[in-house]
Ligand binder design. Structure first.
Ligand code: PMP
Ligand code: GLN
Length: 381
């Protein structure tokens, strides 16, 4: 038999977090928040886990959470969503992405991907038999090269993966860019899988606009959200998909064979969370923006060039002004083992050769962690 079992590599987040732990480094690599979990949501989880029920819930998710997701779509974006036919709960956005790709792609279908891209997209597209068509944003402002994007579409295009707000480069697609994408989808009769896990993390008064809200897009878009990001509980792995029935059907077919369900008590707690007042969601963005500014100011003071950050947990920096002439991967290795601060090389978010001077830092940490990281960095450089 063929001895090769899997061509899949190890995710950069696991690699860097393990290295950070080994070296006692402050972990600004893997994206997870600190000290932001809303107490009401934690308390709801405890209550619901004690109460039960403890057996398999509906594979589509518990009604309370599906109703809460539909209501959030209305409240934040004015979308009318039928919770019974258009919402499904998943075990994190990671599962939602895999459900969408395995459910919607047939071998040979082309999939448009925008680089830098979140690390699970490409491996899953390939395993699903999709043919990736890659388009690169142009640094340092991560502009969308419209001609390249148009050229990536063909009559074999099945869908585009759109991540906004975007990990790792912290770009939030504006309405003009979204309208350009919407036009391509219509012209090529294609669909969009919209990874919107950072939907509530936009800064400086910017609003997140789902592609689904643009004219003609309601029937062509799948929207993915994550309680991990919205309630700062990344271990819970509760995600949710909003999609028209003709797309949710095939996506649900995959879900039944990947996880089938998600823990009931956590679903119930997230349902309560989605019902919290606007002040919670606004406060989360405000808090995260303050953390962004804290880290950005500190890094600039040390000599990093800090790129624009419109949303997410992440700051991208250019490390050349520090005099670094090696690769971003070596920089991160050096930083973790010698300076005691872990970060992630941005070239890990590209399929092929890429610029090698951008490094991503996660700022979703408490003040003590950010201060400790900054003081270690200033002592080092
Ligand atoms: N998409 C993006 C862009 C992400 O950054 C992440 C993880 N942080 C995910 C999906 C996965 O989300 P989850 O933890 O809910 O699986
Ligand atoms: N999304 C997080 C990041 O970008 C990590 C998620 C993971 O480790 N799988 O760092």
């Amino acid at each position: 038999a063929n001895a090769l079992f899997s061509s899949l590599g190890t995710t950069i987040f696991e690699t860097m977090s393990r290295l950070a732990q080994e070296h006692g480094a402050v972990n600004l690599g893997q994206g997870f928040p600190e000290d932001l979990e809303p107490p009401a949501v934690l308390e709801a989880a405890a209550r619901h886990v004690l109460q039960g029920p403890h057996q398999y819930p509906s594979m589509m998710g518990i009604p309370a959470l599906r109703q809460a997701v539909a209501a959030a779509n209305k409240r934040f974006y004015g979308l009318d969503v039928d919770w019974q036919t258009e919402v499904m709960v998943t075990s994190g956005a990671t599962e939602a992405l895999a459900d969408c790709l395995f459910g919607l792609i047939e071998p040979g279908d082309e999939v448009v991907l925008i680089e830098p891209l979140y690390d699970s997209y490409l491996p899953i597209v390939k395993r699903a038999g999709g043919v990736p068509k890659l388009v690169r944003l142009q640094p340092p402002r991560w502009d969308l090269p419209r001609e390249d994007l148009a050229a990536a579409f063909s009559d074999r295009t099945k869908l585009i993966m759109l991540n906004s707000p975007m990990n790792p480069c912290a770009k939030v697609f504006d309405e003009d860019e979204l309208a350009f994408i919407a036009d391509l989808l219509q012209r090529h009769d294609a669909y969009a899988v919209c990874d919107e896990v950072y939907e509530h993390l936009t800064f400086d008064g910017r609003r997140h606009v789902p592609l689904m809200t643009l004219p003609g897009m309601r029937e062509r878009c799948v929207r993915i959200g994550s309680a991990g990001k919205t309630f700062s509980v990344t271990s819970w792995k509760v995600g949710y998909i909003t999609a028209p029935p003709h797309l949710l059907g095939p996506i649900a077919k995959t879900h039944q064979f990947l996880t089938f369900t998600t823990p009931t008590g956590l679903q119930a707690a997230v349902a309560e969370g989605l019902g919290m007042e606007d002040a919670y969601f606004e406060g989360l963005a405000r808090d995260m923006q303050a953390r962004r500014d804290h880290l950005a100011d500190g890094l600039r003071g040390i000599g990093f060039e800090v790129l624009d950050c419109a949303g997410t947990y992440f700051l991208t920096t250019d490390v050349r002004p520090l005099g670094w002439t090696g690769t971003d991967a070596d920089f991160c290795l050096h930083l973790t083992t010698k300076a005691g601060v872990a970060a992630v090389p941005v070239s890990a978010f590209f399929a092929g050769e890429a610029d090698r001077h951008f490094v991503r830092f996660c700022f979703a940490k408490n003040d003590a962690a950010l201060d400790e990281a900054l003081s270690r960095l200033s002592a080092h450089f």
